[in-house]
Design a protein. Structure first.
Length: 116
């Protein structure tokens, strides 16, 4: 099971950009499908984007498609979320998630706040 640590969150104005990083421990990172979820106050946690083990396949929620890009560097055991054209409704805690078969891990989350 991998351990995940997110970074890169912060406060940004609407229209701005942030890049989140998720560093994973362990030698089997490349075997995991990775994803970013987010949870806004009073709302359920939702999937933002995911990426397969090789990076050849990605998925985006409709609300972020065209603005966010998920990528991974298996040599660095890191997955990224590039967020452009941020909106106030993107404000949430963003969580990194790793999954292989029935094994999954979550990071502690990083706060993203978009001001108007």
């Amino acid at each position: 099971q991998v351990q995940l640590v997110e970074s890169g969150g912060g406060l940004v104005q609407a229209g701005g950009s942030l890049r989140l990083s998720c560093a994973a421990s362990g030698r089997t990172f490349s075997n995991y499908a990775m994803a970013w979820f987010r949870q806004a106050p009073g709302k359920e946690r939702e999937l933002v984007a995911n990426i397969n083990w090789s990076g050849s396949s990605t998925y985006y929620a409709g609300s972020v498609k065209g603005r966010f890009t998920i990528s991974r560097d298996n040599a660095k055991n890191t997955v990224y979320l590039q967020m452009n054209s941020l909106k106030t409704e993107d404000t949430a805690v963003y969580y990194c998630h790793a999954r292989i078969a029935t094994i999954e891990s979550w990071g502690q989350g990083t706060q993203v706040t978009v001001s108007s």
